[in-house]
Design a protein around this ligand. Structure first.
Ligand code: SAH
Ligand code: SF4
Ligand code: F3S
Length: 467
C-alpha cells in the first residue's frame, strides 16, 4: 500500500530556488517510520517555498519514500518509478526523488537502473533535500547522498497529515539484527532522542489541538540506551503523561526481549498511555526463533504476554508473524498455529518470508517452496480472522472510550474513531464530536471494525476486556 500526502499548503512567496509556485508530490511506502519521514520532508520542502501537489501530474518534484522490507515492497517502488519516468517526458523539468530505505540500500546503483531519477537520498539525510535539489537544477546531473552519518536537524518541523494524531520519533535505527531483516542496514545504528525534545514536541502538539501521539522506534523498549543522564522508556512515558497535555499516548514497536514488568505496570498506571501493545512474535517454534536471532523462546514470549494480559485491563495485543522462514518444517510451522490459538491475539500482520541480500538469513537455504509459504500464510490468516472476530465480539455490551476522528467514509451519518485499544468504531453522532473523546456502547463487532451507540461523554479506561 502506498499513501499520498495530500494536505494542501500555502507556500511562501517565490524564492529563486525552487521555481515560482513549485509544487511537490510525495508518495509513501512502508511503515509508520516512513510516514513520519514523509511529513518531515514535506515540512522541509514547504520551508523552501514548495506547496504540495495533490496529484503527480501537477508536480515539479515527485518524491517516492520507499520501503525495502520484502522483495515485493521494492518491486512496487520500481514499477511506480517506471510510470513516473514516462510522466517526466510529458513534463520537462520534473524532478524525481527517491528517498527512504530502498534509496539507502541501493544508493548510487539506482542511477544505473535508468529509472529517470534525479535525486537519491538516504534515510538519515533528509535535511540535505533542498541542497540536493538545488544541485540538480544547477548542474543538470543527478545527485546522491546516502551517507550513514545523520545530517542536520532530525526534528525538522513536519507538515503533518493529521490534525488530531501525530507521530513522534523517539529512537532511530536498530541494533537487533534479526536474521531476516534489512532495517539495521537501511536505518543504521540505534540511538535515542533526548527526552526534553520529545516532551517539548508533545507539548507543542497538545497546544495545537492534537489529542494523540504515537511514539515511534524499531524497538521503543530500549529507549534511553546511551543517553546521559540515564533514562528509560517508562521514564519517558511518565514524563509525557505528567507534562505533555496529550490525551492518548501510543507506541510502536516493542521487542519481546526488552518488555519489562516495570513497563507493563507503567502502562497500567498512566492514564494517558493506551492499552494497546504491538508485540511481534514472528514464529511459535523455538528452533525458528533461534534461527531468526530473536533472542527469546516461545515460553519467554508467553510469560511476557500473560503478564501484559493479567496486569493491564482491557489491553489489546497484536503481533507480526512470518511464515516460511528457512528451517520452518511442518512441525515448527504447526507451533506457530498453536501459538495463535493459545495466545489469541487481537490482530496480526502476517507475511511470507522474503530473502533479503546482506542479511544473515540470505545465506540460509530458503527451503520452504513459495506455494507452501502461500498456503501457510492463508491458513494463518484464516485462523486469526476467526480469533479476531471472537475477540472483537467480547466487546459487545461494553462501554469504550472513542477518540472521534471523522465522519465514516461509507456512511456520512456515522462517526468513526478508535478505542484506546486501537479498534475502529463507527457510531451515529454529530460532526461536532470530531476531535472529542466520547463514550460508546458496542453493539456489533466484525473483523475490521465495531459498531456502537453513543453514551454519556467521559474518559477513563475501557471496562473489562482481557481474554
Ligand atoms: N522493528 C519492528 C518492525 C520491523 S518490520 C519490529 O521489530 O517488529 C515489520 C515486520 O515485517 C516484522 O516484524 C516482520 O514480521 C516482517 N518482516 C521483516 N523482514 C521480513 C522479511 N525479510 N520477510 C518477511 N517479513 C519480514
Ligand atoms: Fe528488524 Fe528485528 Fe530490528 Fe525489528 S527488531 S527492525 S525485525 S532487526
Ligand atoms: Fe520498510 Fe524501512 Fe519501514 S524497510 S518497514 S520503510 S523501516
Amino acid at each position: 500500500m502506498s499513501k499520498t500526502l495530500t494536505r494542501q499548503i500555502d507556500g511562501p512567496a517565490a524564492a529563486p530556488h525552487p521555481p515560482e509556485r513549485a509544487a511537490a508530490h510525495i508518495i509513501t511506502f512502508g511503515c509508520q517510520m516512513n510516514e513520519a519521514d514523509s511529513e518531515k520532508m514535506a515540512g522541509i520542502l514547504q520551508s523552501e517555498g514548495y506547496r504540495l501537489a495533490p496529484v503527480p501530474e501537477e508536480a515539479d518534484v515527485i518524491l517516492i519514500n520507499t520501503c525495502s522490507i520484502r522483495a515485493k515492497a521494492e518491486q512496487k517502488v520500481f514499477s511506480l518509478a517506471g510510470r513516473l519516468k514516462r510522466l517526466k517526458k510529458r513534463r520537462p523539468g520534473l524532478l524525481l526523488v527517491m528517498a527512504g530505505c530502498l534509496a539507502q540500500r541501493w544508493g548510487e546503483a539506482l542511477l544505473e537502473k535508468d529509472a529517470g531519477l534525479d535525486v537519491v537520498i538516504g534515510t538519515g539525510r533528509m535535511a540535505q533535500l533542498p541542497s540536493l535539489l538545488r544541485a540538480v537544477r544547477e548542474t543538470g546531473r543527478p545527485a546522491v547522498d546516502v551517507q550513514e552519518e545523520w545530517a542536520g536537524n532530525h526534528s525538522a518541523s513536519p507538515l503533518r497529515e493529521g490534525r488530531l494524531k501525530a507521530w513522534i520519533n523517539i529512537t532511530f535505527g536498530c541494533d537487533n539484527y534479526c536474521a531476516y531483516c534489512v532495517v539495521p542496514f537501511v536505518r543504521g545504528r540505534e540511538w535515542s532522542r533526548g527526552p526534553d525534545g520529545i516532551v517539548g514536541e508533545a507539548k507543542a502538539l497538545a497546544r495545537e489541538g492534537y489529542r494523540e501521539i504515537t511514539l515511534l522506534g524499531q524497538n521503543v523498549n530500549s529507549y534511553g540506551a546511551g543517553l546521559e543522564p540515564r533514562t528509560c522508556f517508562p521514564d519517558l512515558l511518565r514524563a509525557l503523561d505528567a507534562d505533555s497535555g496529550i490525551a492518548r499516548i501510543r507506541f510502536t514497536t516493542s521487542h519481546p526481549k526488552d518488555f519489562s514488568v516495570g513497563l507493563i505496570e507503567t502502562i497500567r498506571d498512566l492514564p494517558s498511555v493506551c492499552e494497546a501493545v504491538h508485540l511481534p512474535l514472528q514464529a511459535g517454534g523455538d528452533e525458528v526463533l533461534r534461527l531468526m536471532n530473536r533472542r527469546y523462546t516461545y515460553d519467554d514470549y508467553r510469560r511476557t504476554y500473560e503478564k501484559i494480559r493479567e496486569t493491564v485491563p482491557g489491553v489489546a495485543v497484536t503481533t507480526d508473524i512470518i511464515v516460511g522462514f528457512p528451517g520452518e518444517t511442518a512441525r515448527e510451522y504447526d507451533r506457530t498455529l498453536r501459538a495463535l490459538e493459545d495466545l489469541r491475539f487481537d490482530g496480526i500482520f502476517s507475511f511470507r518470508y522474503s530473502p533479503r541480500e546482506g542479511t544473515k538469513a540470505w545465506n540460509m537455504d530458503d527451503d520452504v517452496p513459495e506455494a507452501e509459504k502461500a498456503r501457510r500464510l492463508m491458513e494463518v490468516q484464516e485462523l486469526q480472522r476467526e480469533i479476531t472476530v471472537e475477540k472483537n465480539r467480547e466487546l459487545i455490551g461494553r462501554r469504550v472510550e472513542v477518540l472521534v476522528e471523522g465522519v465514516s467514509r461509507k456512511d456520512a451519518s456515522r462517526l468513526t474513531g478508535r478505542t484506546r485499544s486501537n479498534k475502529i468504531v463507527h457510531f451515529a453522532g454529530p460532526d461536532a464530536l470530531v476531535g472529542e473523546l466520547h463514550g460508546v456502547r458496542i453493539s456489533e463487532a466484525g473483523f475490521v471494525s465495531l459498531r456502537g451507540d453513543p453514551v454519556r461523554p467521559g474518559s477513563g479506561r475501557e471496562s473489562g476486556g482481557g481474554r
